[in-house]
Design a protein around this ligand. Structure first.
Ligand code: C2E
Ligand code: MG
Ligand code: MG
Length: 594
């Protein structure tokens, strides 16, 4: 080499521009290399360190003389050494290269770097290379944090925060994939819709923390009961969806559904002050290679689940076109009901209540009908439940109360005698204090004395939220309104109801009365009910009396008030008034006195 400094020759672009501009002599090049703020090394063709500057020593934590003459590859982590060799080979061939390398520092710590190399050539001959070692640790840290954050965001976007299950977006994607797989491999799959029963009750009664714990428990049980490849998702609120894949027949799904049901039915301990008994309704629909529309499957499973829930069985059912027809009617009615409430399609019919001893009509029950412009008359058993679901019962209840009170007031003004008019109140409204406002309003607007109005409530609706129902019923009773316990004997808490709430009257459910002719046991139950009510000073009325023999038996057991087709069917107000003004013929003179 002619110039001894030549091996340290720096590319002119590394010189500070000021020196060149001022025409001052350039700083000693070796000094410039040594003091450069960037870690730089010069490597010879075999990759040995010819020179390393202070910044390199500082960056790698090694003294300059430790590195000198050492193969650069020994400073690099083992897994990156092959990459470095190929990098150096390319540089020796005259290429400018950049490679990410992990450098090894004393005590085994590592440092992520990028090695940027420029070959110094003399003609075609490689002399040595200039290399800058860029510290990438900060950038890698930022990238790692960003990656973690984006993975976390990805997880949040696709999972339910409370249960950790797939959410509906991930689920819908998985469903589409499952249906496509089915089409390819010819297997069958099933989509299961799960809705927890009475979740709202638990949530309202025990608080949201308990509600959350129930959801997490249910989610865990569902996830544990299926295979790992099956997807479980929290669809919304207390609704879960499952995809079961690789099944051969409905019998396979039956087994899984049975297992899921058993799992959910186990009591939950430790979330409330007592064990909670869960149950759920399961609706399933099957898919196979002919299935095209994955979105439709969710609707089908929902329809099947809804039918199960409506039948009030805890259990499972499958989608079929028949099930769909019922659901379609329901959906249509739900859509039409809002119109019905505002659009004068509701009517009240009145059914006489008879005092057997006095042989006259003592009162009546107002029964709601919906005159649907297309489907004709619809009975409350079908639409009240739909109204509850659609949150329309309050509006309907308000209308019924006003109509019934206004009719009764008019009858009194026309000179008819009546002990009371009974109005049914929906389960949902019994625990709402707004009911008191509606009752007060209806009484005030009509001018009907409160003692002539009787509110009928079923025991299941009272027991749904006993504390708030007690408050509402107490206030109604204070207003002077009468309270009747409807469908008495069909729930599980009849006795508690009588004790805890201020009822004036019980209505023995028609199922006991209708069974009188061929079931001896019903007689014993009715007698027990009657004597219990008598002891508590509560009136008894029997509903659903259809035959004279039923009437005679009831009368013999001390039931004086009756209602049923034997005396009158529910009918228009005019028809009811015609009965009121005519002598009662139904009751034979020979009826044994109670
Ligand atoms: P409920 O209060 O127990 O009413 C008695 C039901 O038994 C009525 O059915 C009535 O038509 C029927 N019934 C009366 N006598 C006999 C008989 O001798 N034999 C038989 N087999 N049935 C008899 P309806 O009118 O279809 O009402 C059914 C239920 O709908 C009522 O049961 C009540 O729970 C509810 N409901 C009726 N009107 C209203 C209302 O205005 N609001 C609310 N929330 N519910 C209502
Ligand atoms: Mg009733
Ligand atoms: Mg009833």
């Amino acid at each position: 080499m002619d110039d001894p400094d030549a091996r340290w020759a720096m590319p002119p672009r590394l010189l500070p521009i000021e020196y060149l501009q001022r025409g001052e002599p350039a700083m000693d090049r070796a000094q410039l290399f040594d003091r450069a703020p960037i870690a730089m090394v010069c490597l010879d063709e075999p990759g040995q360190v010819l020179a390393a500057n202070h910044a390199t020593a500082h960056l790698l934590g090694r003294p300059v003389n430790y590195m000198q003459r050492r193969p650069f590859v020994t400073l690099v982590a083992q897994e990156d050494q092959r990459r470095l060799v190929s990098h150096l080979t390319r540089v020796a061939n005259g290429e400018r290269c950049e490679t990410d390398l992990t450098m090894v520092m004393p005590r085994g710590t590592t440092l992520p770097t990028t090695l940027v190399s420029t070959p110094i050539m003399r003609g075609n001959h490689f002399e040595y290379s200039h290399n800058a070692i860029l510290d990438m640790s900060r950038r890698w840290q930022v990238e790692k944090t960003l990656k973690k954050a984006s993975e976390r965001l990805e997880h949040i976007a696709h999972h339910d925060a409370l249960t950790g299950l797939a959410n509906r977006y991930l689920f819908e994607d998985r469903l589409v994939r499952a249906v496509t797989r089915c089409r390819r491999n010819g297997w069958m799959g099933a989509l299961v819709f799960v809705d927890l029963d009475r979740f709202k009750f638990y949530n309202d009664t025990f608080g949201h923390a308990v509600g959350d714990a129930i959801l997490v428990e249910a989610a865990t049980r569902l996830a544990m009961a299926v295979r790992e490849q099956d997807t479980v998702c929290r669809y919304s609120g207390d609704e879960f969806l499952l995809i079961l894949e690789n099944i051969t027949s409905q019998a396979d799904v039956d087994v899984v559904l049975g297992k899921l049901r058993d799992e959910i039915n186990r009591p939950v301990y430790g979330v409330a002050d007592r064990p909670l008994q869960l149950s759920a309704s399961f609706g399933a629909t099957l898919f196979d290679k002919s299935t095209r529309d994955a979105g439709l499957l969710i609707k089908q499973a929902d329809v099947a689940m809804y039918q199960v829930k409506k039948s009030r069985r805890d259990g499972f059912g499958y989608y079929s076109p028949q099930v769909d027809a019922v659901a379609a009617r329901r959906r249509q009615l739900e859509a039409d009901l809002g119109m019905a409430v505002s659009g004068l399609q509701l009517r009240l019919e009145y059914q006489a209540q008879v005092d057997i001893d006095a042989r006259h009509i003592s009162g009546c029950e107002a029964l709601l009908r919906w005159e649907h412009p297309v489907r004709g008359r619809i009975l409350p058993d079908e639409f009240i439940e739909i109204a509850e679901h659609a949150g329309l019962t309050e509006k309907i209840g308000e209308w019924v109360l006003h109509r019934a009170c206004a009719d009764a007031r008019r009858w009194l003004d026309e000179g008819y005698q009546l002990d009371c008019i009974a109005v049914n109140v929906s389960a949902r409204d019994v625990s709402s204090e707004r009911l008191i406002g509606y009752v007060q309003d209806a009484l005030a607007t009509s001018g009907l004395p409160p003692s002539l109005l009787e509110i009928e409530i079923t025991e299941t609706s009272v027991m749904h939220q006993p504390a708030s129902a007690a408050k509402v019923l107490g206030q109604l009773s204070e207003l002077g309104v009468r309270l009747a316990l409807d469908d008495f004997g069909t729930g599980y808490s009849s006795l508690r109801c009588l004790n805890d709430f201020p009822f004036n009257r019980i209505k023995i459910d028609k199922s006991f009365v209708l069974g009188l002719d061929h079931n001896e046991g019903n007689g014993a139950i009715i007698m027990a009910m009657t004597s219990m009510a008598e002891n508590l000073g509560i009136e008894v009325i029997a509903e659903g009396v259809e035959t004279e023999s039923q009437m005679s038996k009831l009368a013999a057991w001390g039931v004086k008030l009756m209602q049923g087709f034997l005396f009158a069917r529910p009918d228009s107000a005019e028809h009811f008034l015609s009965l009121l003004s005519a002598p009662l013929r139904t009751i034979p003179q020979s009826l044994p006195a109670a």
